[in-house]
Structure formats: structure tokens, C-alpha cells
Design a protein around this ligand. Structure first.
Ligand code: PLP
Length: 377
């Protein structure tokens, strides 16, 4: 039996690094008296990693999906107002947006540019002519890895007084994301992809300037003098943090960030892009393979989306599994992207390398991919 090589890190990273797994186990054994302090320390570490000065601006959540639906539900969107989004959204963004239409909110999908997943001219036109209150976009398409120009989108949207929500699920761990500096009103992320933390933990950043309308009950911590507690209504979304955050996964996230913090994100991304370009080159020699996404590697995350003529993506993925490569297939929870790519019927195969994936695995993966291509004829 050949040892399979895991190449689906854009779905979930694997294996969990040893210090991360150790931190989870250690947290499971911690005494309850330690829980509040452990929570505060880990929360502060997450804020430090993301350049957030005030921990109240970063809500810990069960993951990016949860962050995104909390964010969308917290924006004041009257009937007749517009939300703008891209053609490349994961359902975790597009699903909550679609539900808004029941309240009379209009969701507009901004078209692509000639050489970009979003046409900034069309975006500006919508911002200028419609009552656009929110621009909700992914930082990178989870199918193709294509990056959206988020800095320009934030700047443009703010010029027209629209708030911006960024789905950072794909870019965290690959790109530096200093949230206080970025300027987005809200940023959602999860731990289990590029950050290499366990499932069950993520975050929602809310800028001080973000005008939110929340009806979230927050449990007040008992007054140390009187012991009295009271229920409050916050102006920010909130959970009863210490009681409801997965503290084991949070401990894993803290350890994962500590590990990643040792080098800059850019160095890991450059290595992974080179690895992916070797895999892509192997595929591009095969006439039956169609590659998706922007040609220029520097405008993509280390992800490859492709299909093989005459096969569904599930069939290709199964053949790849027999060649010892574990990849993603199907619609990757992003039917909108597949509509844009014209691949709704067959889906695509997605190969995505991990942060610091061992070089020898990539060399073997190239050989196995070449065998796969040879077998497709
Ligand atoms: C772009 C994008 N957004 C949101 C999500 C949902 O993330 P989570 O699994 O942390 O809820 C994913 C995960 O596949 C994703 O790729």
C-alpha cells in the first residue's frame, strides 16, 4: 500500500502539528478554575497575531461559517437596501445573503473584470447608484484560489459609505492580516485551514467604526462585590465567551499561531506557490486537462482547480486516490463559483498544498500526478 499524500488543505489542513495537538490535550486536562485565565490569555494571543489592539473587537466563534452569519445578521439592512457581492463566494457568505431577500434586501452580484474576479468599475457604478449598505466578499475563491483585490474594494466601498465584510477563510495562515490596519468593517476567519488549528474555532473582527445593530444577549460576569449578575444587550454580537467558546480548540489555535508567528507569512506562501506551480506544470502537459483560475501564480493562493475531459471531478478524484493523492472534488460548497466557471455539472478537482508541506511529498506528488495523466488517455 502506498502512503497517501494529502493535498486538500484549502478544505482542512492535515496533519495537526504536534505542538497544536499537545496544546489541545493539555487544555482538556486543565482544572475549571483555570478556564477564565486561559481564555483571556488565548484570546489576547489571537488578537496579537491579527494586530487587534482591543480584544472586544474580536469575537471568538465556532468557525468562519458562524462568523459570517453572525456578521450578516448584525448589519442594519432595511428593505430596499442593497448588498453587493462577487461571483466567487462560498455558500457561507452567499447563503446568509440569499436569506436577506425575504426581508426585501436586494443582493447584487458584481461581474468579473477582464483580468480580475471583480470589475472595480462595475462595483463603483453600483455603489454610486444604489443604496448599497454592505459589500460582502471573499478574499480568495476557495475553488480556484484566485485573490480578490480587497484593499481596493474596501477603499472604494468606504468612499460611498458602504460597510465591508471580508471572508478571510482561505487567506489566513497564508497572508499577513493586520486587522486594525486593513480597514474592513468586519473580517471572518476559521482556524482549521491555513492556520493549522483544529476545527471548532474561528473569529469575527469588528472595527470600532462598524455600525452594527445587534440584539445579542450577553451574560454579565458576576459583580465581584455583590455577586449579582445581569443580562445585557450588547451593541456588538457576542456569545457568553468563556462558557460557549470551544476552549480546547482555542488552546490549539493559540499554539498554532505561536508556531506560525516564527516566520513571515510571505515566505511560506512563496514556497507553496512554487510547489503548486510544479504540480500545475505536470497537469498542463495533458491535453484532456482544463485548468481554471488566473494563470499568474502570484494572484492565486497555492491551489489548482482542474477537470479532465470525459470524467466527473468525483471520478478523477477517485482515480487520484488510487494513485495515492488525496484531493478535493465536487462543488467545494461554492455553487456560485461553479456557475461562474461553467462547471456546475461536473465540479472540479481541487489540489491545494499546506503551509510548510514537506518538499519530498511534493516531489512524489508530481510523479504520481504524471502517472495519473498518463492513465487518463
Ligand atoms: C471561502 C470560505 N468561506 C467560508 C468557509 C467556511 O469555513 P468554516 O469551515 O471555518 O466554517 C470556507 C470553508 O470551506 C471557505 O473556503
Amino acid at each position: 500500500m502506498i502512503e497517501p499524500i494529502y493535498l486538500n488543505h484549502a478544505g482542512t489542513s492535515w496533519p495537526v502539528p504536534t505542538p497544536v495537538a499537545d496544546a489541545v490535550c493539555e487544555a482538556m486536562r486543565a482544572h475549571p478554575v483555570e478556564w477564565p485565565d486561559r481564555f483571556l490569555k488565548a484570546h489576547a494571543a489571537v488578537c496579537r497575531f491579527f494586530g487587534v489592539a482591543d480584544p472586544d473587537q474580536l469575537l471568538l466563534t465556532p468557525g468562519c461559517t458562524s462568523s459570517l452569519s453572525t456578521a450578516v445578521a448584525s448589519v442594519d439592512l432595511p428593505a430596499g437596501s442593497h448588498v453587493l457581492t462577487s461571483r466567487w463566494e462560498h455558500h457561507a457568505v452567499y447563503g446568509p445573503l440569499q436569506k436577506l431577500s425575504a426581508n426585501g434586501v436586494v443582493v447584487d452580484v458584481v461581474p468579473d473584470g477582464d483580468d480580475s474576479p471583480m470589475d472595480l468599475g462595475s462595483l463603483e457604478q453600483s455603489l454610486a447608484t444604489k443604496d448599497a449598505r454592505l459589500v460582502a466578499i471573499t478574499a480568495a475563491c476557495n475553488v480556484s484560489g484566485d485573490l480578490l483585490p480587497i484593499t481596493q474594494i474596501i477603499e472604494l466601498s468606504h468612499r460611498y459609505d458602504a460597510m465591508v465584510l471580508i471572508d478571510a477563510a482561505q487567506i489566513v495562515g497564508w497572508m499577513d492580516l493586520p486587522l486594525d490596519e486593513l480597514g474592513a468593517d468586519m473580517v471572518a476567519f476559521g482556524g482549521h485551514k491555513g492556520l493549522q488549528a483544529p476545527w471548532g474555532i474561528g473569529g469575527l473582527y469588528m472595527a470600532k467604526s462598524a455600525k452594527l445593530k445587534c440584539a445579542t444577549a450577553q451574560c454579565a460576569i458576576p459583580d465581584p462585590k455583590t455577586g449579582a449578575t445581569s443580562s445585557q444587550w450588547g451593541s456588538r454580537p457576542g456569545y457568553c465567551d468563556v462558557g460557549s467558546v470551544d476552549q480546547y480548540s482555542l488552546a490549539g489555535l493559540e499554539a498554532a499561531l505561536h508556531r506560525l508567528g516564527e516566520t513571515t507569512r510571505l515566505a511560506d506562501l512563496e514556497v507553496a506557490r512554487q510547489q503548486v506551480s510544479r504540480l500545475r506544470e505536470t497537469l498542463s502537459g495533458d491535453r484532456r486537462v482544463t485548468l481554471y483560475g488566473m494563470a499568474e501564480g502570484s494572484r492565486r493562493l497555492p491551489t489548482i482547480a482542474f477537470s479532465v475531459a470525459g470524467e466527473t471531478s468525483g471520478q478523477s478524484a477517485e482515480r487520484l486516490r488510487k494513485h495515492g493523492l488525496i484531493v478535493g472534488s465536487g462543488l467545494q460548497c461554492s455553487p456560485l463559483s461553479h456557475e461562474a466557471m461553467g462547471t456546475s455539472e461536473t465540479g472540479v478537482v481541487r489540489i491545494s498544498v499546506g503551509v510548510r508541506q514537506p518538499e519530498n511529498e511534493i516531489a512524489v506528488a508530481c510523479e504520481r500526478l504524471a502517472d495519473f495523466c498518463a492513465g487518463a488517455h
